[in-house]
Design a protein around this ligand. Sequence first.
Ligand SMILES: Cc1cc2nc3c(=O)[nH]c(=O)nc-3n(C[C@H](O)[C@H](O)[C@H](O)COP(=O)(O)O)c2cc1C
Length: 278
Amino acid sequence: MNGIVFFKTTDLPLIKQFYSKVLELPEWLDQGTCAIFKIGNQLIGFCQGEFAETAGTITFFLASRYEVDAAYSKFKEIAISQPQPNPGYSVYHFWGRDPEGRSLEFQCFEHALKPHLALDEGLASRRSIRKYLAEPVEEALLNQVFELCRYAPTANNAQSYYYIVIKQQDILSKIVALRGPAGDPILAAPYAIAVASRGNVSRRKVQDACIAAYHLLLAAKAYGLGTCWVTDMDKDEVKELLGVPKDDYIACLTPIGFPAESFSLPKRHEIASFVRQL
Ligand SMILES: Cc1cc2nc3c(=O)[nH]c(=O)nc-3n(C[C@H](O)[C@H](O)[C@H](O)COP(=O)(O)O)c2cc1C
């Protein structure tokens, strides 16, 4: 089930202009007398009416203080307070108003969150993270990520894939030495995960392991964790260090941890350049 919160407005064109042009929110559905905007996992609709519903607060939450400060610089004209911490809720936030007086709050949570990203936003905002906080991911949280990894597709549903959580820095250092500088992200997080598949279980071990690896990257993203696919790991020396049978396939190693960097999307091709119609 999904949901939309609707507000009545006395001036739909003004409200549409504010939410689409000033806040730059994509319009999800135009119903003529109602406009529905999509903000991450939140759908908000405004319908033309005889009075404006302004009770409540519309809260937008961002990933970090850095992003809240950036939103403050961008929306200074509609802000009515400066960004500040609110320890009671463990958030960092500022307040603003829309043209009809609704309270708008821009914040980040300063603690780990349960998954909230819609699939489209998760796919669009996953990045390769190469800087991490020193705080390790607790086992309980990591198990929640692995719980999502149970749903990775495999050829014949053979479920040939497996993950190795590597906390021993001496092993990680040896693997990075084999890989060279492109392997450095592995040492940037408190630990790393190898993604492999069993050659004696599936004839599609390469596909199975690669999908399981990408599934891990997305599942980690859902829990606010960073990852980075480090390739060229299907080597006898790496297998020996990890106790992986020679016939298995190692798709990658990824660091896993809380991101210490955020940046925008590297340049991507337009769809016309990678979709062909026959
Ligand atoms: C098959 C594959 C191999 C990669 N190997 C490495 C690697 O060895 N080291 C590294 O730092 N990043 C590696 N990456 C991450 C890419 O550099 C990254 O995905 C790309 O620059 C796009 O950035 P994004 O993941 O933030 O969208 C690899 C990614 C893929 C899919």
